[in-house]
Design a protein around this ligand. Structure first.
Ligand code: P6P
Length: 335
């Protein structure tokens, strides 16, 4: 049997052999992975753990919080605040940033996360996940504030997600490709199960919430309409559709077998560029997709080049198989 490589060994080799990540970043990623293991355990208990249902509160997005949203957020905060590798954290579930308390050493990294993405699926036992992004503190000696987080996605030093589905799988990039680690529950460790993930440039599978069709702008309508025309239409091939309504699960499918994922701007909220959040959903997913040979745009430009102005700002997301994303982007250029 080929030797099993644990996440720890993978990261130590990235640190020692490739010199690719400093020890503080390696430690941070190991803590995030341990947090995901704890969240997976709570998710898998479901009704038996008394963690289903709503918490009776709303988050900064005005969304009803599920009990597991809050549990996952607390797990990540409590696991990461004392280690000395972080200056602060930001979460979809918290209005403002969480600065590491003075009783702990401050580090040079910033951790952003959506602690439990897709939480509308929790109570119906459909895959959900944790999305995380790591930035470095800007080089200056003043204290950390929200402005330090407002860096474009290409500044990330690590990004990943953990999908809680039939398997619990951690997917990670530190800037030299994408690796997947499956949780071995007997050993309690993440084991390398795929390295150098590659997204096929072409696909026959699109992911979008079709119920919003009447709200889309013309380029998106044109693209989806051509997919629906199948081999009789201009694309000359039939397409399949998937929509799990859990970005982590949809993106995991795309990293695994290709496809295009779209949550575009629509006219329901014309002043908002889209539903998904830039800093802790679109940026980490876009970097993973690009590192796996795919593309990620907001319809007009590369998502990773967007300079954020607000911590919880939203963005239109079109990502996945390169040739399909470029087609949608070309339709936007043609108007
Ligand atoms: P809709 C989950 O709430 C989420 O933020 C993403 O994970 C998912 O892709 C999208 O929203 C689903 O949105 O409008 O289809 O429920």
């Amino acid at each position: 049997m080929s030797q099993r490589i644990s996440l720890t060994r993978y990261l130590v080799e990235k640190q020692r052999v490739d010199g690719h990540i400093p020890s503080q970043l390696r430690l941070l990623l190991e803590v995030v992975a341990r947090s995901c293991k704890s969240i997976s355990h709570a998710v898998n208990k479901g009704a038996l753990g008394g963690v289903l249902g709503t918490a009776g509160s709303e988050n900064v997005q005005g969304e009803v919080q599920k009990k597991l949203d809050i549990i996952a957020n607390e797990v990540l905060i409590e696991a990461n605040e004392w280690g000395g590798h972080l200056a602060a954290m930001a979460s979809e579930e918290m209005d403002s940033i969480y600065v590491v308390p003075n009783r702990y050493p401050q580090g040079e990294y910033l951790l952003l996360f959506d602690p439990l993405d897709g939480s509308s699926n929790i109570d119906v036992n459909v895959s959900i996940g944790t999305i995380f992004s790591v930035l470095k503190m800007p080089e200056d000696d003043r204290g950390v504030d929200e402005g330090d987080f407002l860096q474009p996605g290409h500044k990330q030093v690590a990004a990943g997600y953990c999908v809680y589905g039939p398997q619990t799988t951690l997917v990670l990039t530190v800037g030299d490709g994408v690796a997947m680690f499956t949780l071995d529950r007997e050993q309690g460790s993440f084991v390398l199960t795929q390295e150098d993930v590659q997204i096929p440039a072409d696909t026959k599978e699109f992911a979008i919430n079709m119920s919003n069709m009447r709200h889309w702008d013309a380029p998106v309508k044109r693209y989806i309409d051509e997919c629906l025309q199948g081999k009789e239409g201009p694309r000359g091939k039939d397409f399949n559709m998937r929509w799990i309504a859990s970005m982590v699960a949809d993106v995991h499918r795309i990293l695994t077998r290709g496809g295009i994922f779209m949550y575009p701007w629509d006219k329901r909220e014309p002043d908002k560029p889209g539903k998904l959040r830039l800093m802790y959903e679109a940026n980490p997913m876009s970097w993973l997709v690009e590192q796996a040979g795919g593309a990620a745009t907001n319809g007009r430009g590369r998502i990773l080049d967007i300079t954020p102005t607000k911590l919880h700002e939203r963005v239109s997301v079109i990502l996945g198989s390169k040739n399909e994303v470029e087609r949608v982007t070309a339709y936007h250029r043609e108007g």
